[in-house]
Design a protein around this ligand. Sequence first.
Ligand SMILES: *[C@@H]1O[C@H](CO)[C@@H](O)[C@H](O)[C@H]1NC(C)=O
Ligand SMILES: *[C@@H]1O[C@H](CO)[C@@H](O)[C@H](O)[C@H]1NC(C)=O
Ligand SMILES: *[C@@H]1O[C@H](CO)[C@@H](O)[C@H](O)[C@H]1NC(C)=O
Length: 475
Amino acid sequence: MEGRILATMFLFMIIMVASPSPSSCARLNGFPTTYTLRDDGAIGYYGDQVAAATSNSFHDKEYGDVFATPNTFKEYYRPLANRQTDDDLQAFPDAWRSLAKSEFNVMNYGAVGNGQVDDTQAFLKAWGDVCGSTQGLPALIIPKGNTFLLNSVEFKGPCKAASVNFQLSGNIVAPNNINAWKDKEKWIQFYDVEGLIINGGGQIDGQGEVWWKVCDNSNCQRPTSVLHIYQCDGLRLSDITHINSPRNHIFIMGSNGVQISDILIRAPDESPNTDGIKISRSTNINIHNSFIGTGDDCIAIISGSSHINITNVMCGPGHGISVGSLGKEGAYNTVEDVQVRNCTLKGTDNGARIKTWQGGSGYARNISFEDIIIQEVKNPIIIDQKYIDKSIAGTGTLLGQGSAVKVSDVTFRNIRGSVAGETAITLDCDDQIGCKNIVMDNIDLTSSVPGKKVSAQCKNVQGFSTSLSPSVPCL
Ligand SMILES: *[C@@H]1O[C@H](CO)[C@@H](O)[C@H](O)[C@H]1NC(C)=O
Ligand SMILES: *[C@@H]1O[C@H](CO)[C@@H](O)[C@H](O)[C@H]1NC(C)=O
Ligand SMILES: *[C@@H]1O[C@H](CO)[C@@H](O)[C@H](O)[C@H]1NC(C)=O
């Protein structure tokens, strides 16, 4: 008898695993393709076109694979040509995830949430349960109306579920004195968490003021970033406010298939090195519909990054949207396939910028800036192949001559607006290497001071231009 019950249970388990039960794992047919919604919150779909374009075992793939991982992103995403809009594509997975959600509230793990008591341990305990959970979409709930003081903390994967949710609806603050920081390199790190979703409408405050005071213009030790994302394929970060980082606000490193949207980043104009989003060694990164105003680059794309798509971003104040710097201290660095579209730069030092050091090697290629509105920007368009930052400027440091990061296939198109400085366009390329195939099309930049002229400078550039004001002498 007992054996029979065991056998029945065993069979049941096999059925659960092998074929999702109809009650909890509904199948939706035909729109936009066929999904399998699994108990663990993961999603498979083995619609006609998708299956044909990929392997037979597609239904074994998990949601994260479909949308994110480097090898599958393109193959699985693109064949869904019959979808009506991207929203349709997203609607079912989102609905399913919220149905399947299982919640772990930090308040149930001893968090106090008064902004004074250190809640780090409570968060880590809750994270342990989230990460170990296989039920639905496990979510760490950080409730609204509370402020949680966290010290340096690492939320580590891999997690058991295909996707986990860090639902930040309340606020998180850093210690407001430097000595209290346990790790002066990092504050909040996510490491090796696949399918991580960070959202919830809350705020992350890096309490940067205490660091800016001591770090301005000096190379003092300072946390690299407030939100450090390391090896988190398939990250979706949305609906979070990030303020006052000691240095970079969001650092995306070694991650593929990342969606960042509807975020707000804010730090004062004069806060030193406070990049908004920094991207390193990552591919398939999409940044949309966000507002970034800070003391350094709004977005900086550095070495080893490719397929970066930035649309509908408002930047300002700050130092613009930059590729680089690349090639510092002779480094071999590469960046390619970057598209910046429909962005506004307001009151920034620079606009669309590519910066590389002399003496480096590698390349920055296939980069486009299109449909950009410029409002009172000092240097709206810049390629600087002789970049030096202020830490060594004027020190007489000799940089390698005759070697440079190659800059090629760069397009600036439909860029218009007002310039706060004298030079609207600067293309300053290496005497020997030069910049190749630089295209400027339909650019109209005028001084923000009525009647004042703006100029363009250009050295060692090969390419062409159409409909350009001011005109660039060497194109
Ligand atoms: C970039 O993102 C926009 C907005 O989501 C999208 O329409 C476009 O197809 C993307 N481009 C690439 C090359 O992925
Ligand atoms: C361009 O961006 C603006 C605001 O940033 C947005 O309102 C508009 O819809 C975007 N246009 C397109 C075509 O995406
Ligand atoms: C250039 O980059 C875009 C993405 O921004 C990509 O779609 C395109 O295929 C790339 N072109 C080449 C020639 O690699």
